[in-house]
Design a binder for this molecule. Structure first.
Ligand code: ADP
Ligand code: MG
Length: 209
C-alpha cells in the first residue's frame, strides 16, 4: 500500500487533473486505487459526481485531523492518491506526514516553480526527521506540445535538488474535456495523453519500489 499526494499550494498547477488521471492509470495497470479529495473546493468530488460508473472510489477529507484515519482506510487499496488543497497549510502538512510519495506538479514557468519553495522546504524538513520519507518529485505539467523546457525552468527545478519526472504532462484539450464528463484520458481516443499518463504512473511506481 502506498499513499501518493499530489500537492502544490498554487491553484491551476494541474493537481486535480493529474490526481484523477494518475488514479485511473494505476487502475488500468491493475492496482486498486482510492482517490482522496483534500481540497475544500471539491473539484475531484465534482469530477467524480459527473460520471455514474466511475471505476475509481473517492472519499472527501474535510479536516486535517482526519488524515490520520487514512492509513487504516488505505490498507484496503494498493494506492491512495490524495488530490491536494490550495493554500491550506494544515491540510498540506497533514498529507505530507502520511504520504509515501509527494508529486509536485508545476507549470513550466519559473514563477510557478519558485512558488513551490515553501512546500519543498516543508517536505525536506519532514524527510530529515524521518530518514527520507516521504519521497518527492516534480512533474512539469501543462507544457505546450513541441516546446522544450527552457533553461530558466531547468535551473529553477535543479535548485530544489528533488527528482524531476522524465515524463511531462502536455497541455491538451482532452484533459478538461474528459474531466467535464467525470472521465479521464483513458476514456478518450487520445493515445498520446494515455501514454504520458501511463509513463508518469510507471515512473512513480518505480520511485516507490
Ligand atoms: P489544480 O487542481 O492544481 O488547481 P487543475 O487540475 O484543476 O489544477 O487544472 C487547472 C485548470 O487547467 C483546469 O481548468 C484544468 O482543466 C486545466 N488543465 C490542467 N491540466 C491540463 C492539461 N494537461 N491540459 C489542458 N488543461 C489542463
Ligand atoms: Mg484542484
Amino acid at each position: 500500500m502506498s499513499i501518493i499526494s499530489v500537492l502544490n499550494p498554487k491553484g491551476g498547477s494541474g493537481k486535480t487533473t493529474i490526481s484523477t488521471n494518475l488514479a485511473r492509470s494505476l487502475h488500468e495497470l491493475g492496482h486498486s486505487v482510492l482517490i482522496v479529495d483534500s481540497d475544500p473546493q471539491g473539484s475531484a468530488r465534482d469530477w467524480h459526481a459527473a460520471s455514474e460508473d466511475n471505476p475509481i472510489e473517492l472519499v472527501a477529507l474535510d479536516r486535517p485531523n482526519n488524515v490520520k484515519t487514512l492509513a487504516s482506510m488505505a490498507a484496503n487499496y494498493d494506492h491512495v492518491v490524495i488530490d491536494g488543497a490550495a493554500k491550506l497549510e494544515d491540510m498540506i502538512a497533514a498529507c505530507i506526514k502520511v504520504s509515501d510519495f509527494v508529486l509536485i506538479p508545476v507549470q513550466p514557468s519559473p514563477y510557478d516553480i519558485w512558488a513551490a519553495s515553501d512546500l519543498v522546504e516543508f517536505i525536506k524538513a519532514r524527510q530529515e526527521v524521518t530518514d527520507g520519507s516521504p519521497r518527492a518529485g516534480f512533474v512539469v505539467s501543462r507544457i505546450v506540445e513541441g516546446t522544450r523546457l527552457g533553461s530558466d525552468v531547468r535551473t529553477a527545478l535543479d535548485d530544489y535538488a528533488l527528482p524531476v519526472c522524465e515524463t511531462t504532462i502536455t497541455q491538451r484539450q482532452v484533459y478538461p474535456q474528459t474531466a467535464s464528463e467525470g472521465l479521464t484520458v483513458f476514456d478518450a481516443d487520445n493515445a498520446k495523453a494515455r501514454a504520458e499518463t501511463t509513463a508518469l504512473s510507471n515512473e512513480i511506481l518505480a520511485m516507490l519500489a
